[in-house]
Design a protein around this ligand. Sequence first.
Ligand SMILES: C[S@@+](CC[C@H](N)C(=O)[O-])C[C@H]1O[C@@H](n2cnc3c(N)ncnc32)[C@H](O)[C@@H]1O
Length: 208
Amino acid sequence: MVLKEVPLYFNESMRLPPEVAEFVTDMNQRIDNFLEGKPFAEKGFVACDHELIARALISIRDQQLLSGNEMCEWGSGFGGVASVASFLGFEACGIEINTEVLQHSIDLANEYDLDVDFVEGSFLPEGSDDLVDQAYRENDGDITLETHFDDAYRDLAKDISDFDLIFVFPWPNDAPLLSRIFDRYASFGSILLTYNDFSGLKVERKIG
Ligand SMILES: C[S@@+](CC[C@H](N)C(=O)[O-])C[C@H]1O[C@@H](n2cnc3c(N)ncnc32)[C@H](O)[C@@H]1O
């Protein structure tokens, strides 16, 4: 694996652009409404800290860490990270397997007139089944993400190697698999931004 961690320095109380702050507040309220009364993390959906990720995206953009502006949110849920990226000038999209949360992401993007593509399907590319099998073996069968493969990239008319930045909020047991997928399929120089409930965010660049 040739991913190199990139330090990202930013002020965690940096003010967000007002339109981004307003969007995130609205989305967080909708997520709270959606989750109310549901069992914890129903169907694998739980939301990241969108304010933190918005600040990270601004820093990545302003520090010119990317050679292009194509981004994809793997498992996009309510689509918050891809939508914020779109506000910030990225060419953004998201892939989500749960149709109910996917619909929320599409509704939000439409209401805010955002040019962001959300497609239904799996972000696991066809041909990565050996990596999925390895993850099952290493975790004694305990994998949280949906492990089937389909044509989400065809629907987007893009490959993983087209993205300059991929964001994912994996369950801890799934994180090594997603790093390996990125390592195999992403283009050199592109960045994987990962959020973790406990350790916060990590920025890694594919260097070899
Ligand atoms: C931890 S949630 C993160 C949601 C969102 N990215 C965020 O940060 O708020 C993980 C999401 O990945 C979705 N998911 C799980 N396996 C998937 C797969 N193979 N392809 C696409 N989405 C998947 C789940 O339905 C869930 O919405």
